[in-house]
Design a binder for this molecule. Structure first.
Ligand code: UDP
Length: 325
C-alpha cells in the first residue's frame, strides 16, 4: 500500500489528481485542503471510496502524517484569488512547502512541488525553457505568487542538497477543465461562463497577450509520470503545458463560436504586470517523461463547456448566481 498526500486536494488540480490516483487500489490517497479556494463538491464522489480520505487542514500549520509520496498542490492559483490575501499567499507558498519538506524528510517520502510558469514572470525568452531564470517583479501585485513559488523551488532544492530530501518540481502552464470553480476568475472559466450565460466576454487590455492552455487530463498524466515514471535523480524543474499559443482575443472568439453564444466581446483594463506572452518549451518533458499533451484547445474547450453548463444550469435548469472575484 502506498500512502499519498495531496495538498490542495479539493482544488481544481488537486481533485483531478486524486481522481487519477484512487484508480489504483493499492494507493491510499489523503487529500488535505483548508477549502479557501478548494471545494467539497470537487471530491464528493471520491469521499465514497475506501482508499480516499479528506482532512480539512491549513497547510501553513505542520501536521504529522506518515506518507510515501506528497504532491504539494496547495495554493490559490487564480490572480484575483491569490491577490485577495497576498501575504496569506506567500505564507501558503513558503510555510506550506517547508511543512511538506519536513514531512518528506522525516518519512523519506518524495515531494512533488507544483510550481508554475509564473516563475518566468514577464518572459524575454520565448518559448520558455527551464534554463531561463525569468523576469519576475519582486514588488508587484503578482509577486506574492511569483516570488512565493520561486522561493518554494529554492527551498526544495536546498532540502535536497542539505538533507538529501527526495524532491521533484514541475512548472505548470495555464490549465483548464472540469472542477474549475466557475467563479475562479481565470480566463477560460470567465469566458466560458460568460458565453453560456449570454453576457459580454471581458477581454483585458487589447487581447493580444498570449497564453498556452493545457487540458487538465493531459497535465495530470504529466505530473503522474514525473512522480512515478521518472528516474529518482531527475528532479526537474520540468515544464508541463500545451505549446499551442493563442491570443486572448482568439480564445474569446473560439469560446463564442464553440458555445454558439450571442455574447459580445468587450475590453476591460489590463491588470498590472500581466505577462505579454507565455508558451512552454516541452522538449525536456518529451525526452525524460515521454509526455506530450494530446487534447487540442478546440476539443478541450468542448469538454470544459459541457462541465460548466452542468455546474451552472444543474438539474433544475436554473442559472446559479455568480460573481467574478
Ligand atoms: N484575462 C482576460 N479576461 C478575463 C480574465 C483574464 O482577458 O476575464 C486575461 C488576463 O489578462 C491574462 C490572460 O487572460 O492576460 C490569462 O489570465 P489568467 O488569469 O487566466 O491567468 P494568468 O496566466 O494571467 O495567471
Amino acid at each position: 500500500m502506498k500512502k499519498i498526500l495531496v495538498t490542495g486536494g479539493a482544488g481544481f488540480l488537486g481533485s483531478n489528481l486524486c481522481a487519477r490516483l484512487v484508480r489504483e487500489k493499492e494507493n491510499q490517497v489523503i487529500a488535505m485542503d483548508n477549502l479557501f479556494t478548494g471545494r467539497m463538491e470537487n471530491i464528493k464522489d471520491l469521499m465514497e471510496l475506501p482508499n480516499f480520505t479528506f482532512i480539512e487542514h491549513d497547510i501553513t500549520q505542520y501536521l504529522d502524517i506518515p506518507v510515501d509520496q506528497i504532491y504539494n498542490a496547495a495554493c490559490p492559483a487564480s490572480p484575483p484569488a491569490y491577490q485577495k490575501s497576498p501575504t496569506g499567499t506567500t505564507k501558503i507558498c513558503i510555510l506550506g512547502v517547508l511543512n511538506m519538506l519536513e514531512l518528506a524528510k522525516k518519512y523519506d517520502a518524495v515531494l512533488l512541488q507544483f510550481s508554475t510558469s509564473e516563475v518566468y514572470g514577464e518572459p524575454e525568452v520565448h518559448p520558455q525553457v527551464e534554463g531561463y531564470r525569468g523576469n519576475a517583479n519582486p514588488i508587484g501585485v503578482r509577486s506574492c505568487y511569483d516570488e512565493g513559488k520561486r522561493c518554494a523551488e529554492s527551498l526544495c532544492f536546498d532540502y535536497h542538497r542539505e538533507f538529501g530530501t527526495k524532491i521533484k518540481v514541475v512548472r505548470i502552464f495555464n490549465t483548464y477543465g472540469p472542477n474549475m470553480d466557475p467563479n475562479d476568475g481565470r480566463v477560460v472559466s470567465n469566458f466560458v461562463v460568460q458565453a453560456i450565460q449570454g453576457i459580454d466576454l471581458t477581454v483585458y487590455g487589447d487581447g493580444m497577450q498570449t497564453r498556452s492552455f493545457c487540458y487538465v487530463d493531459d497535465l495530470i498524466e504529466g505530473i503522474y509520470k514525473m512522480m512515478n515514471n521518472s528516474p529518482e535523480e531527475f528532479l526537474g524543474p520540468v515544464n508541463l503545458g500545451n505549446p499551442g499559443e493563442f491570443t486572448m482575443l482568439e480564445l474569446a472568439e473560439k469560446v463564442v463560436a464553440a458555445t454558439g453564444s450571442t455574447s459580445r466581446i468587450v475590453h476591460c483594463p489590463l491588470p498590472s504586470d500581466d505577462p505579454t506572452q507565455r508558451r512552454p518549451d516541452i522538449t525536456l518533458a518529451k525526452e525524460v517523461l515521454e509526455w506530450v499533451p494530446k487534447v487540442a484547445l478546440d476539443e478541450g474547450l468542448q469538454r470544459a463547456i459541457g462541465y460548466f453548463r452542468t455546474v451552472l444550469f444543474g438539474n433544475s435548469g436554473a442559472i446559479h448566481s455568480r460573481e467574478i472575484p
